[in-house]
Design a protein around this ligand. Structure first.
Ligand code: SAM
Length: 396
């Protein structure tokens, strides 16, 4: 075997099992592999990979989701004829779409024209999970893809600072709608899909409570009586469930409070929450009724808001904190200063924050300045996984 063949063989046989659960190294390697593909492809190939292929990939995934292909697949190889019978699709069309799905590793070809499930197809089988992101994409992002270049042209290539002018409203044909993203997705019936998508993503992500020093940072110094943690804007409660799973055995009486909008908490209860969790409807622009908790936690909440609104949210939390005892924990992505360090998901989410909320993913310097601007003392930040960190602040 030549050294080139040996390299190709190594690349073809490497998968996540070699990382033995080390998520940080796995993510770093995935990023390096993406960069490797970019260095290996010629510009004309990259034009296909990055742009032209996207529409056939998305149409194939959406069509095959609509006909419930994911539930028809199993570990037993099936031909396209068999799958066509099960899904009600024309075999010719299905076989052509399966080719695209095989290139994406959403489906594996076991032998010529016989197919088996993959990790991804198994994940997409859950109709209340990550697959809901596809509906979000078709309902919101696709319209933005088509219309926002024109929006930016008309608005002097600027992102408005006022959330009432958020670009997504224009793309949705509702430029006069006065409320923000959350009210609007409620109004157009997208809220359950968005929340389901988010909790599907969270289910697949590592548990913050297993990776962050809960014992040292939260339990040591807890008085045993106050609320241990309030998860504000906690969605369907994945993060607070993660904490409950870690502490339940030794601290089954610790109070864990999940706050969000009433409709979201209803969904959270319907999907099932760890028994240790209390739900409490709360608007985070109003005073927080939980005073003197050990920790106030927000995951991917502040990144949804421009500085003005972010300061209002943080000030309400600050007013409920107890000096020398309470901690504010923000679980957020931290944008690296150098574009070279930014992975494609983060760069893309940052722009979605702009389109939907006139907001942004902040660098550490920006997080620090934001926290200090409401009179909080910035303690520091610790990595959880990827570019996700827990930023810690307290009263001065
Ligand atoms: C991006 S989601 C994050 C959810 C969860 N923390 C997570 O990371 O999975 C933002 C959450 O903020 C909630 N939210 C938006 N406006 C709110 C408000 N005024 N008061 C309380 N929660 C709000 C939304 O319902 C949503 O669940």
């Amino acid at each position: 075997m030549t050294s080139t063949e040996a390299l190709i063989e190594t690349l073809n046989t490497t998968d996540k099992s070699i990382f033995h659960g080390d998520e940080i190294s796995r993510m770093k390697a995935a990023r390096a592999a993406r960069k490797l593909a970019q260095r290996l492809e010629a510009p004309w190939e990259r034009m296909y990979t990055e742009i032209i292929n996207k529409s056939s990939e998305l149409v194939s995934v959406k069509t095959c989701t609509d006909v419930k292909l994911w539930s028809c697949l199993s570990s037993t190889p099936q031909t396209s004829a068999h799958l066509a019978e099960k899904t009600g699709m024309d075999q010719g069309l299905l076989r052509r779409m399966l080719r695209v799905l095989v290139t994406m590793d959403f489906v594996e070809e076991a032998d010529v024209d016989t197919y088996v499930e993959t990790e991804m197809s198994k994940e997409l089988r859950d109709p209340d999970g990550m697959i809901l992101g596809l509906d979000m994409y078709y309902s919101l992002s696709l319209k933005m893809t088509q219309l926002l270049p024109e929006y930016f042209k008309r608005h002097g290539y600027r992102i408005p600072e006022d959330i009432s002018q958020a670009p997504f409203k224009w793309a949705m044909g509702m430029p006069e709608y006065k409320d923000g993203f959350w009210a609007m997705i409620d109004e157009i019936g997208l809220s359950p899909k968005f929340n389901g998508f988010l909790s599907g993503l969270r289910r697949g992500q590592p548990s913050w409570a297993a990776l962050w020093p809960v014992e040292e940072k939260l339990l040591e110094g807890w008085d045993g009586k106050s609320v241990l943690l309030v998860d504000i804007g906690g969605g369907k409660g994945r993060d607070i469930c993660n904490l409950a799973e870690v502490i339940h055995e030794n601290h089954a009486n610790a109070r864990l409070v999940l706050q969000d909008r009433p409709s979201v908490l209803e969904e959270a209860r319907a999907s099932g929450l760890h028994p240790q969790i209390e739900t409490m409807p709360h608007d985070f622009f109003k005073p927080n009724p939980v005073h003197g908790a050990r920790a106030y936690f927000e995951h991917s909440v502040v990144h949804d808001w421009p500085d003005k609104e972010a300061r209002e949210i943080l000030t309400q939390i600050k007013n409920s904190m107890q000096s020398g005892y309470s901690k504010l924990l923000l679980m957020e992505r931290v944008m690296p200063e150098s574009a070279k360090e930014v992975d494609p998901n983060l760069a893309s989410i940052d722009l979605h924050m702009a389109f939907n909320f006139c907001a942004q993913e902040r660098t550490e310097v920006q997080w620090r300045a934001l926290l200090q601007s409401v009179g909080l003392k910035y303690v520091g930040y610790q990595p959880v996984f990827g570019k996700t960190y827990i930023l810690e602040a307290e009263l001065p």
